[in-house]
Design a binder for this molecule. Structure first.
Ligand SMILES: [Cu+2]
Length: 110
């Protein structure tokens, strides 16, 4: 939790005034129960489930979360993100772990 707050504080301090206000709202919107960790990764999309709003990515290591390379499913927030990528594409993405739920919050083809 300490690490998360520090990461969010750093994030907020790096943004402009407007973005900083948005980051504040983002933080306030987070449930206080369970740690939220944010990170960035890249990999290849191996599956997209529009109905479940999930994307499976074979991703490389994600340093911010001390994750090794793996293949896993993320929930897309918002689900419309999934309309911008296709199976087989190499992508860069931003993600967060909210408790045990992995979410992709931005994704784009490389
Ligand atoms: Cu993973």
């Amino acid at each position: 939790m300490k690490k998360t707050l520090l990461a969010l504080a750093v994030l907020a301090s790096l943004t402009t005034t407007t973005a900083s206000a948005q980051a504040g709202a983002f933080i306030q919107g987070m449930p206080m129960k369970g740690a939220v960790k944010v990170g960035r990764g890249s990999g290849v999309v191996t599956a997209i489930d529009l109905k479940a709003a999930k994307v499976t990515i074979k991703h490389g290591p994600i340093a911010a979360l001390s994750w090794p390379a793996m293949t896993m499913a993320f929930t897309a927030i918002p689900p419309a993100l999934l309309k911008t990528v296709k199976v087989g594409q190499r992508v860069d993405f931003a993600m967060r772990m909210r408790g045990s739920v992995a979410e992709v919050t931005a994704i784009r083809a490389r």
